[in-house]
Design a protein around this ligand. Sequence first.
Ligand code: BGC
Length: 748
Amino acid sequence: MKRTITLLLLTFYCTIGSAQNNATDKKIAELLSKMTLEEKIGQMTQITLGTFEEKGKPGLSLAKLNEGIQKYYIGSVLNTPNRYSPDTKEWRQIMTTIHNANSKNRLPIPVLYGIDAIHGASYTMGATLFPQQIGMAATFNTEIVKKGAEISAYETRASSIPWVFSPDLDLPRNPAWSRIWESFGEDTYLTSRMGEAMVNGFEGGNIGSKYHVASCMKHFIGYGSTTTGKDRTPSIIPERVLRQFDLPIYEAAIKAGAKSVMISSGEINGTPVHASKYLITDVLKKELGFKGVVVTDWKDIIYLHTRHKVAETNREAVKIAVLAGVDMSMVPEDYSFCIDLLDLVNKGEIPMSRIDDAVSRILKMKIELNLFEGTVADPKQYPKFGSAEFINEAYNAAAESITLLRNKNAVLPLNKNEKILVTGPTANSMVALNGGWTYTWQGDKTDELVPDKLTILEAIQQKAGTSNVLYTKGADLALENEDEINKAVALAKDASKIILCLGEKNYTETPGDITSLYITAPQIKLALALVKLNKPIILVLNEGRPRLISDFEDKIDAIVQCYLPGNEGGRALAAILYGEVNPSGRLPYNYPRFPNSLEKYNRKYTESLADSEQNDDAKYQRSYNPQFEFGTGLSYTTFEYSNLKLDKTEVNSNDEIKVSVDVTNTGRMAGKESVLLYLSDLYASITPEVKALKRFEKIVLAPNETKTVQFTLNQKDLQFVNNDLKWISEKGTFKVQIGNQNKQFVLK
Ligand code: BGC
């Protein structure tokens, strides 16, 4: 009976689903048949809102807006007004103005607004801000990541915006890259699961709902892998590597339903991705079956001409990109794209079929988003916007992301009665806690914009009382200041412990490029002055990428990485420092010790050669000796692993392998533990990785509690991409490793 009902329901939903598809296709065909070429090209054009402003004057210029919407029929707008982030009411006004201009068109196809909602609705005042993605990865908790995206979707829709340029699915290969913190870190599997969770949270399986938005995977593909570590510089990535490590991340997000994708501003092996028909059309659209919208990144068609120099003119650049498979151009400050594309189609250099394909994809997304039913939201219908409930979710996310990397002599947690010195340039800064993409592109105004949110210092003061907390800034991020160092040293004499808050300035993209991975010199000086005092130091790292601390770390007792934990991060950190929250984050990347030792955790065996040789000064000469390895993360309690079991020791090429392990909380405090399963293929015709993450699960354990965690590995987990670009597995021995346990099985 139950089965019959399920079958009936399934048939019912399938019928509804396909009826909806038919209706959508019909509507698209109808619209296409009515549209002029100019109107179609307008749909493919995205302009930044600032283009519709007049210098020095507040609000939108109707003349400029009408030019865009009524003369060029532009189909999409992005970004904030110049220099500020609106609240939901102001967003409503902006959308109403755009809608009114559009409704005067012969064929008023709704304008699709897109925004960088990067860690919450980060361009809307009053929105709930989560940790940046790198911190969300450190939670190793897909539920938290999904919930965060759901809230971000809700608050973005409350701002009348239906489309977010998120998640970031980049796979950074150089820790100096300025956008590491926008990614989920260095691992393909972790990034895939987190990306999927974010797409699910944003889209909720129904982007037409007023609580969900269309997501945009970015930046397809290889963007995070620049050889120099600087933003938008070339990458060299063999296709075999690209297919094994980068492509699966997009494949997973597409399977999860991602509706759009943004192309990488970079070049791979000499071809800018925006010019690659192979990557955009053959691989993304045909091979992966991606049916959504392909949008360029900022100005990237123009840059094919002016920066990459693969096109002699802008017209040529438009031709290359559109023929490569781009559907929408984030032009974004002029109408050159419209003018050149019109000429190209009129002269038969771009076929109408390509235009119709692009426009159909865009119309489909607009229909699915329900934009034809209205583009303006009523903020009153979003009572949970910025609510205590949402803020609490952001707090929980921050609390689960913060990663305890060292805790010598159990120097943490602190006692509220002890006198401490809080110092360092990131100790009293909301800018530092949030980083870029926070109310402004570079996130430089956060301190003035959220005066009610607590910095690390304020949160510690709130927890321990101001009389027990001494403070001085101690150092500037960039400028030398001896007086401040002296002040910190003098104050430290009255304190039993020092909380040293170091990190980075706010940045994203090219303005975040650095020439040295070491943490800045004034901060090193401060640290060196303080370690001489022989007092316990707790180093709090508040940074977007791992800045080297090897000049002084050996004299530091505790190290806490808080990444860019967002508006609630100060409170979450204070709760961890005082033991009210047990830390459970884990590093989503290898934290390097030296600038010329940037191996990843899933290195090849030849990247560790010196490890096996006699070495007097191992610390300095070993080839693989990161400061902290991927997956590092301590707790105030202890966990023991036992009883690792595999259901088979020999498997065939279609078997699954069931793995189980017992985890026990052997300490005195309840705690969360991320159980990570690594697999090693011991011998393979393509040099195998030392180990690769294949599964993870975060569990909660009370003191003395034991849980059995179960995982199932499948054949894909045993495979790699060979030189013929095929996923294959080879017979031989594999090793499963969880905690300190390991077991082998043989693939027959
Ligand atoms: C960034 C993208 C962003 C876009 C729109 C670009 O400069 O690379 O990540 O989504 O701008 O603001």
